[in-house]
Design a protein. Structure first.
Length: 360
């Protein structure tokens, strides 16, 4: 069983420079290999094989000595493997076509071996001992370590470990139906009781602060040190929003998983929903897709089950008492009466109840 732990790193200025060189080498090799693959595909109609990617490295290291001097060899091997996997996913229709990487984009490198944990330090080849905040024990065998740099210039390491297949203790055995919304983030029904969890609106709380900092950033000269300083200010606000959203989603998903054995949610087309310009910001801010992913992996660890019902299932329009389906139910109507049996329904509560009853 694989588990990952993300820890904060505090490299010295010298180590930051060495990491920057490694980021640059990995990015350059990715772009070089991607360009070679595109040219080969245009000429032959076939993709390059993994052996071809790796076979280019010895020649490139002779032609560009800094590739060998500034970057650990296994990191470049990982770049070739990741690019090959990216193209495999693309041809299988699982992902978009691989793109060239920019210095302004996400910076990360992957170590597949020879990284160890020594006390409160991470020992990395060619970098040395990097101070780390290990907030939990690193158990099992380390498989890979991915070091990344955030837009706010913080360093992190994601440590993937292979551990014994131990399942989380199951506390509850309920079946929960969940309807995701905007006003209330999650409406949960367990067959007897209805609970609503309000939407924290993470981005909305920081919009004024973000707009003010972005306005100041826009007035600075491109390439100046002042602009770089304000870019970090904006990045820190975005990071704070992301962290609060992740914290809320993790805590809520953990609570619901601990109380249940089966969770039923709608298989929402989030990409389609965000095309509605009136609702796109609220939907994106909620993080529905991330929440469902959190539920899925946490249920899997305790041998629970996540049931996704069809997105066209009329959960809101179908009466939970008699099964009558109304023809239309606009978003502005939050409550309605069933024309068949006369039952008064809360729109979201009825949807959660229908989701709950779907798996019973």
């Amino acid at each position: 069983m694989l588990k990952a732990v993300k820890v904060r790193l505090y490299p010295t200025p010298e180590q930051e420079l060495m990491l920057a060189k490694s980021f640059g080498c990995a990015r350059w090799y990715w772009n070089f290999s991607l360009n070679a693959c595109i040219q080969h595909y245009q000429e032959t109609g076939k993709a390059l094989k993994l052996a071809t990617y790796k076979g280019m490295l010895p020649r490139l290291k002779k032609e560009f000595p800094w590739l060998k001097e500034d970057c650990y060899s296994a990191v470049l091997q990982c770049v070739a493997i990741n690019l090959n996997k990216a193209y495999t996913n693309f041809f299988q229709g699982k992902a978009k076509e691989p793109r060239f990487k920019s210095k302004q984009g996400k910076q990360s490198i992957q170590y597949p071996q020879n990284v160890t944990v020594d006390g409160h330090k991470l020992v990395v080849p060619k970098i040395g001992e990097i101070k780390a905040v290990l907030h939990r024990e690193i158990a099992g065998t380390i498989k890979t370590v991915t070091i990344s740099k955030s837009p706010s210039d913080k360093y992190f390491a994601s440590i993937l470990c292979e551990v014994e297949d131990s399942r989380d203790a199951s506390i509850g055995d309920k079946i929960l139906g969940i309807d995701l919304g905007i006003k209330d983030f999650a409406i949960v029904h367990d067959g007897q009781e209805l609970n609503k969890y309000s939407n924290p609106t993470h981005l909305k709380r920081h919009e004024k602060n973000l707009a003010r900092k972005q306005q100041k950033l826009a007035r600075k000269t491109k390439g100046s040190k002042t602009r770089e300083r304000y870019r970090k200010f904006v990045a820190k606000v975005h990071e704070r929003v992301s962290n609060t959203r992740q914290d809320f989603l993790h805590k809520l998903s953990r609570k619901l998983v601990d109380e249940s054995q089966v969770i039923v949610v709608e298989n929402l087309n989030v990409k389609g929903l965000v095309r509605n310009r009136k609702l796109s910001k609220a939907i994106s801010d909620g993080g529905w897709g991330i929440f469902v992913n959190f539920l899925a992996y946490k249920l899997e660890r305790k041998e629970g089950k996540l049931v996704e019902i069809d997105r066209f299932f009329p959960s809101s329009k179908k009466c939970s008492c008699c099964g009558h389906v109304v023809d239309e139910l606009p978003l502005d109507i939050r409550e309605w009466d069933c024309p068949s049996c006369g039952t008064h329904h809360d729109r979201d509560g009825n949807a959660a109840l229908k989701c709950d009853s779907f798996s019973r």
